[in-house]
Design a protein around this ligand. Structure first.
Ligand SMILES: [Zn+2]
Length: 401
């Protein structure tokens, strides 16, 4: 009954929003959101269990996020230490989390000296760390989504390798190794982007993998791809383009997909005033598609927010209202990880200049200070704290039972 009422309230709130000519940016109070999150946690679908979620459980989690207006932070990791920081933040904040690898991150995880012929190291690093995440995630009591980030057309051999690993895992475990993967063919013409996505989604749907696709261009620089001087119009997606994607990918049996639509977002963090976000594009796309397909849902599309680092809480909240269920955070956690190491070095500098000898005595050993776990642990603490702030911004604190 409670759930029905909550859904009704949501529908009324949405109808309210539809009536006003311009969508108003909502104001949220922290006190009421804490009460709300307890009720939200109680309504978490039973399919969503601690550990890596895939298939129906993944879909149920994303629906739960959309219905309850929270988004899940997606963090690019390049070490098991960063994995631990993500899981720590998720556990402490009772929030789901998305752990993702970029292609370059995968290679780094395998080790820079590993043979990378035909993307072998990029693939092995992602697959190996995915298996690691599967082993440890269930010890943290929260749902975890395993994902890979941008894959452009020339990187498809990496994607093919990942899909092969999923198919192999599926044959044995009846579920894929990862929860989802991203294809970013936004540099290609729209028809080609959609056609390749459809082809891959058909293969992915057979093993319950979700596809994240990209429309328009996320500005800035990430993982060696520099879009910082791209034509401005490409930074803003049209609702009709989102509809084309929705129409085509919805035809794939058992197909699950999300859309990373460009609304002025950029990778990286810049001085205030340099980024003009227009999350109205997401609202307008939902409205347009709802009208085209006669959907009973006000938000037929799952949207993904790339380049979330450095965004204002107001823009994030507004994007969530428009159906954003995933926000990528890379730059801010890169900084927090480094900032932890920086703070550790600053605090213990005189103990870190040689193996023996510190301010206490010229013959005292410093082993306990330079043990790599010491600075890395500080990096994890700083990152888990920063992620906790992101979870608060995304309304995902306390949504897990
Ligand atoms: Zn991105």
């Amino acid at each position: 009954m409670l759930r029905v009422l909550a859904t009704l309230a949501l529908a009324l709130a949405s109808a309210e929003g539809m009536r006003s000519s311009a969508f108003r940016r909502p104001v949220h109070s922290t006190a009421s959101s804490i009460h709300a999150s307890t009720a939200i946690a109680k309504s978490m679908p039973a399919t969503v269990k601690p550990g890596v979620v895939t298939g129906q459980a993944l879909l149920d989690l994303l629906e739960h996020a959309k219905a309850n207006k929270y988004a899940i932070p997606a963090v690019n990791v390049v070490s098991s230490s960063a994995v631990a920081a993500c899981l720590e933040a998720a556990k402490k904040n009772k929030s789901p989390v998305i752990i993702q690898f970029s292609r370059g991150g995968g290679q780094f995880l395998a080790g820079k000296a590993a043979d990378n012929k035909d993307d072998a190291a990029c693939i092995a690093g992602c697959v190996g760390t995915a298996l690691h995440v599967r082993q440890v995630a269930k010890l943290y009591g929260v749902p975890v989504i395993l994902h890979t980030d941008h894959c452009m057309k020339s990187w498809l051999p990496w994607f093919d390798g990942l899909l092969a690993a999923n198919e192999e895992y599926f044959a044995e475990h009846k579920e894929p190794l990862f929860s989802s993967h991203m294809l970013d063919l936004s540099e290609e013409p729209l028809e080609e982007n959609i056609a390749i996505c459809k082809k891959y989604l058909e293969r992915m749907a057979k093993i319950n993998l979700l596809l994240e696709m990209e429309l328009g261009v996320t500005g800035g620089e990430e993982d060696g791809v520099d879009n910082s001087d791209v034509d401005n119009s490409l930074l803003y997606t049209q609702p009709s383009e989102v509809y084309e994607v929705y129409k085509t990918l919805s035809q794939v049996p058992n197909g699950m997909f999300t859309v990373a639509a460009a609304f002025g977002n950029v990778h990286g963090v810049y001085a205030p005033g340099n980024v003009k976000l227009t999350p109205e594009i997401l609202h307008n796309s939902q409205k347009f598609i709802k009208e085209q397909i006669g959907s009973s849902s006000d938000k037929p599309v799952f949207f993904v927010f790339h380049g979330g680092s450095g965004s204002s809480r107001e823009d994030i909240q507004y994007a969530i209202e428009a159906g954003v269920i995933k926000m990528n955070i890379d730059t801010d956690t890169q900084w927090s990880y480094w900032d932890g190491i920086r703070s550790y070095e600053a605090e213990f500098h005189p103990y870190l200049q040689g193996q023996i000898g510190n301010p206490e005595s010229p013959i005292k050993p410093n082993k306990k200070y330079y043990d790599p776990r010491m600075p890395m642990r500080r990096a994890e603490e700083f990152t888990a704290k920063r992620l906790g702030e992101a979870m608060a911004d995304l309304n995902s604190v306390g949504v897990c039972p």
